[in-house]
Write a protein that binds this ligand. Structure first.
Ligand SMILES: [Zn+2]
Length: 158
């Protein structure tokens, strides 16, 4: 009989080739994939503050609708949406939360807290150089902000 295991998440049974043990729990490759995707999504939306364009558009529409109802003015222009941004000119840095996310990632990989902190410091240096280079290429602050977040998200995944 082929060895089968039950996934702790979806409770389905899978052959050994499609299931792995992570943190004392069996999880199928499909749930693992989903979990990873959710985590990436969480990083992007909650840690980095990158919002989905579709969400922003819905918000704008709602806000606009509300204003129209309140004022009775049905020709209000579409409001410009403000994106969460780092203060330009102050330089790019890791927020406390970003620091924690990276530190957590390395301690999960088995590094000690001190070693993890050392690694995060290295990443900070790398990001400072990364932004510096873009600045020399005369990129706009908006673009710097986006590129910084993208690079940070990439670093979180590797
Ligand atoms: Zn599963």
């Amino acid at each position: 009989m082929k060895q089968q295991r039950k996934c702790g998440d979806c409770k389905e049974t899978f052959p050994k080739s499609q299931i792995t043990r992570i943190n004392k729990m069996w999880r199928c490759i499909f749930c693992t994939r989903k979990k990873r995707k959710d985590h990436r999504e969480h990083l992007k939306r909650n840690v980095l503050g990158i919002r989905k364009r579709s969400d922003i558009l819905i918000e704008v529409r709602e806000r606009r609708e509300e204003k129209r109802k309140m004022s009775g003015n049905f020709s209000l222009p579409l409001e410009k949406v403000r994106m969460k941004k780092r203060t330009p000119g102050l330089g790019f840095y890791l927020t406390k939360l970003e620091w924690q996310v990276l530190n957590q990632k390395y301690t999960n990989q088995g590094w000690s807290y001190k070693e993890a902190n050392q690694k995060v410091k290295g990443i900070r240096e790398y990001l400072i150089n990364f932004v510096q280079k873009l600045r020399e290429e005369k990129k706009s602050e908006e673009e710097l902000d986006i590129r910084f977040k993208e690079e940070f998200a990439r670093l979180c995944e590797i």
